[in-house]
Design a protein around this ligand. Structure first.
Ligand code: 13P
Ligand code: ZN
Length: 213
């Protein structure tokens, strides 16, 4: 099986799994994966739970559409991440409830929207910058994140949702789920005094797991 065929099927499988578990409501969210001769991106206005492998758009690095249905309106956003992170093999963007809720809060640190609550958040997601609000599909969103993606594998789009890259689609999927769970914990704990991981504990995660914090 070719790499492209395998990745088309993997995007369908991951999309269905995310949708079935309530992480991609309606036709929100999009998934992409890097190929040797371009990249794959889910079609615009598609439900991630009902993708067809042959419908997934194939694009080149100049933005030309090579195959499949018309690509997601967030193509430039995914493109900015691939351009800024050579090691990224796949990207997942969702409107998952708790992360989207956090993205609407007025009190966030724009350099670190969620605190270091758990080791897996620090290891899989790392420090999470908040990207100022732009409407979905606004090309300025690509410009807004291009300065961040070199240092961060995940960003939170204000009043919108998270965008996470990984070396593989599996890694990007695990990371965005970890982010969503951390957002849920953050909201659950908002009225409680919280003990965060301290600098020594974070340093141990850097040394042991290469955590980007
Ligand atoms: O999440 C989305 C917009 O931010 C969905 O848009 P698309 O349907 O064009 O992928
Ligand atoms: Zn979106």
């Amino acid at each position: 099986m070719s790499k492209e065929t395998r990745l088309r099927e993997e995007i369908v499988t991951v999309g269905r799994s995310l949708h079935m578990r309530g992480l991609s409501p309606g036709s929100s969210g999009n998934i992409s994966a890097r190929l040797d001769d371009g990249w794959l991106l889910t079609p615009t206005n598609a439900c991630l739970g009902e993708l067809d492998p042959g419908d997934i758009a194939k694009l080149d690095w100049e933005g030309n559409h090579l195959a499949g249905k018309p690509a997601s309106k967030e193509a430039f956003l995914h493109h900015a991440v691939y351009a800024g992170r050579e090691d990224s093999g796949a990207i997942v963007h969702l409107h998952c409830t708790h992360s989207a809720a956090v993205s609407c809060l007025d009190c966030l640190d724009p350099h670190s929207a969620l605190p270091p609550l758990t080791p897996y958040f620090v290891m899989r997601v790392g420090r999470l910058p908040l990207v100022p609000y732009h409407r979905p599909g606004d090309p300025r969103l690509g410009e807004a994140i291009s300065g961040l993606v070199g240092k961060h594998s995940a960003v939170l789009l204000a009043n919108h949702g998270p965008l996470v890259s990984g070396k593989t689609l599996e890694a990007a999927g695990y990371a965005i789920e970890e982010l969503e769970e951390t957002a849920k914990l953050f909201l659950l704990l908002r009225q409680q005094p919280v003990r965060l991981l301290d600098e020594e504990q974070i340093e141990e995660l850097r040394q042991t797991f290469g955590a980007q914090w």
